[in-house]
Design a protein around this ligand. Structure first.
Ligand SMILES: [Zn+2]
Length: 312
């Protein structure tokens, strides 16, 4: 038994059955047929795209009965499917299409009472001519046994039994293909971004480590500076004390007084030593010396050296 494998591109696209194969013999006798020679399917969208049910070669034409139609021929497995009453065909003669490709749009051209697709199934010879073309076998228009048509298969006299296996789920609609393509592009983008984020995280981690290290160094330096400043203050205090003692013991040298003056002047640089500076001022005033205010600054180490030289 011959088995033909087709793809149901109607069910996933929302088509529904409007007329079965093999019905209304009285009506179709007007056309010399035994009964309805195909399956009719409708759609709420009057110009719904129609898709190929298998790979094949296209033949398109117009007739009073079928209107605008596309015949899809499979020369390897020797059968053809017809898609009739189309509003337009989207293929040209001789064009090869794959299952699921749009071949036209539903319409109501030719002998039709409203928008629908009339679907025929025929077996052909290797030249594309229809087989079993006798009146008793309904001119070779065979039962498509379509999933949308619940009727039992009909095998007209002279037509050997055959089987059509309709693949479920049908073809992937172009819109879905586009969606999947967009999805995979997006996924690739996300992957790239995730990698970038990972890189940035590593960079951030490095920067944070560096920052923590610097903070630690800075903390140590600040501590060291504090210690240094405290030592300086201590030394300065002791020098000031020595100077005050020397002044109190009657030894006076103009140079010492001058330096002391400068020292007093620098009090705004070490405000915490105001008290000591006050003591010096008072000591100087007691000796009847006026404090001469000069604008130049005293470098402490210079002062220290000078004081040491003069025996403080
Ligand atoms: Zn029909």
């Amino acid at each position: 038994m011959k088995i033909f494998k087709l793809v149901d591109t109607f069910t996933p696209d929302g088509f529904y059955l409007t007329q079965s194969y093999g019905v209304n013999p009285s009506y179709y006798s007007k056309f010399g047929l035994l009964y309805h020679e195909g399956v009719d399917v409708g759609h709420k969208n009057k110009t719904q795209p129609v898709r190929a049910c298998h790979d094949g070669e296209c033949l398109t034409n117009y007739s009073n009965a079928y209107g605008r139609y596309v015949i899809l021929l499979d020369y390897e497995q020797l059968y053809a499917t017809w898609y009739c009453h189309l509003s337009r065909a989207k293929v040209v003669n001789g064009q090869r299409v794959g299952a699921g490709e749009i071949i036209g749009n539903m319409g109501s051209t030719g002998n039709s009472t409203g928008p629908h697709v009339h679907f025929n199934f025929v077996q052909i010879d290797k030249n594309g001519y229809r087989l079993y073309k006798t009146k008793q076998s309904n001119y070779g228009f065979l039962d498509p046994q379509h999933p949308l048509d619940p009727q039992r298969p009909k095998f007209p006299p002279g037509v050997p039994e055959y089987k059509i296996e309709w693949k479920k789920g049908g073809s992937m609609p172009d819109e879905l293909k586009e969606c999947l393509k967009a999805h995979s592009t997006l996924m690739a983008k996300i992957k790239r971004l995730e990698e970038e984020i990972k890189e940035w995280k590593e960079i951030t981690k490095k920067a944070e480590d560096e920052r923590d290290k610097l903070r630690e160094t800075l903390k140590r330096e600040v501590e060291a500076s504090k210690t240094r400043i405290d030592e300086e203050k201590k030394r300065y205090k002791s020098f000031v004390q020595k100077v005050a003692e020397k002044l109190g013991s009657s030894q006076q040298e103009p140079e010492i007084l001058e330096e002391i003056t400068r020292l007093v002047q620098s009090e705004d640089k070490i405000p915490s030593l105001e008290k000591e500076n006050q003591t010096l001022k008072e000591a100087l005033e007691k000796k009847g010396k006026q404090v001469v205010v000069k604008k130049d600054e005293v470098h402490q180490s210079k002062l220290c050296r000078w004081l040491a030289k003069h025996g403080f």
